[in-house]
Design a binder for this molecule. Structure first.
Ligand code: ADP
Ligand code: ZN
Length: 222
C-alpha cells in the first residue's frame, strides 16, 4: 500500500463542477475517480442486477437508498482501498459518510480531506439545463460556455451528445432541495473533524482546479 495515498471527498451541489474537477485530478495527479452517479448510470446501461433497483431514483433525481449505495462502494473499496481515491457524489447522507468511515477503518484508512465546491442554486439551474454529455466517452459539454464545435457531436470521439434525463429544470430543483436537506449536513460533519475546505464553484474550471490542487499539497504531511 502506498503510504501517501489519500482519500478525498468532493462535496457540492449537482452542477458545481465536481465531476470535471475529478477528471482533472485523475489525469494530472493520478487519483482514482469514483463517481457513484456514473457507476449507477453504467449499471442501468449494462442492465446488471443493480440497474433496475436504481433506475427510478437516478432518472427522477432522488437518492438511491443508502444500503444499495454502500453495497456498491464496499465492492469498489474491496478492490481499490489503499489507492488515492476521489469520491465524487458520495457520500450524500450522514449514514453514507459513517458507512464510508467504517469501511475505511477496516482497511486502516480514513477520509483525509473533504472539499466543498460551492455554487448558488440559480447558477446550478443555468448550468445543468445547458449540460450535454457524450454517449460514447462520457465527456461533458455546456451549450453556453463550453459548446462542442459541431452541434450534437463530441469533439474528441465523434460520439453523440445527449441530455441526461435528470437535467430538466424541475428535476434539477428537486435535486437541489434534496442536496440542501440530505447532503449539506455533511459540510458540518467534515468541518467538525477539521477536514473541510471550501472553493467557489463560480470561479471556472481552471481557477477551481488551482485552488483544489493547492489545498492538496501537503495534506499527508500534517
Ligand atoms: P449530480 O451530482 O450532477 O446530481 P450524479 O451523477 O452525481 O449527478 O448523480 C446522479 C444520480 O445518481 C443522483 O441524482 C442519485 O439519484 C444517484 N446517486 C448518485 N450518487 C448517490 C449517492 N451517493 N447516494 C444516493 N444516490 C446517488
Ligand atoms: Zn466523446
Amino acid at each position: 500500500m502506498d503510504s501517501s495515498a489519500m482519500n478525498l471527498v468532493l462535496l457540492g451541489p449537482p452542477g458545481s463542477g465536481k465531476g470535471t474537477q475529478a477528471e482533472l485530478l485523475k489525469e494530472r495527479l493520478g487519483f482514482v475517480h469514483y463517481s457513484t452517479g456514473e457507476v449507477f448510470r453504467d449499471h442501468i446501461a449494462r442492465r446488471t442486477t443493480i440497474g433496475p433497483k436504481v433506475e427510478s431514483f437516478v432518472v427522477s433525481g432522488r437518492l438511491v437508498p443508502d444500503e444499495i449505495v454502500l453495497e456498491v462502494v464496499n465492492a469498489f473499496l474491496g478492490e481499490h482501498a489503499g489507492q488515492s481515491i476521489l469520491f465524487d457524489g458520495f457520500p450524500r447522507t450522514i449514514r453514507q459518510a459513517e458507512g464510508l468511515d467504517s469501511v475505511l477503518t477496516k482497511h486502516d484508512l480514513r477520509v483525509d480531506k473533504a472539499i466543498l465546491v460551492d455554487l448558488a442554486d440559480d447558477e446550478v439551474v443555468k448550468r445543468l439545463t445547458a449540460r450535454r454529455q457524450c454517449r460514447a466517452c462520457g465527456r461533458i459539454y455546456n451549450l453556453s460556455f463550453k459548446p462542442p464545435k459541431h452541434s450534437g457531436i463530441c469533439d474528441v470521439c465523434g460520439g453523440q451528445l445527449y441530455q441526461r434525463k435528470d437535467d430538466t429544470e424541475q428535476t434539477i430543483r428537486d435535486r437541489l432541495s434534496i442536496y440542501h436537506t440530505q447532503t449539506e449536513p455533511l459540510i458540518k460533519f467534515y468541518a467538525n473533524q477539521g477536514k473541510l475546505q471550501r472553493v467557489a464553484g463560480e470561479l471556472g474550471r481552471d481557477r477551481v482546479y488551482e485552488e483544489i490542487s493547492g489545498l492538496l499539497a501537503g495534506v499527508k504531511d500534517r
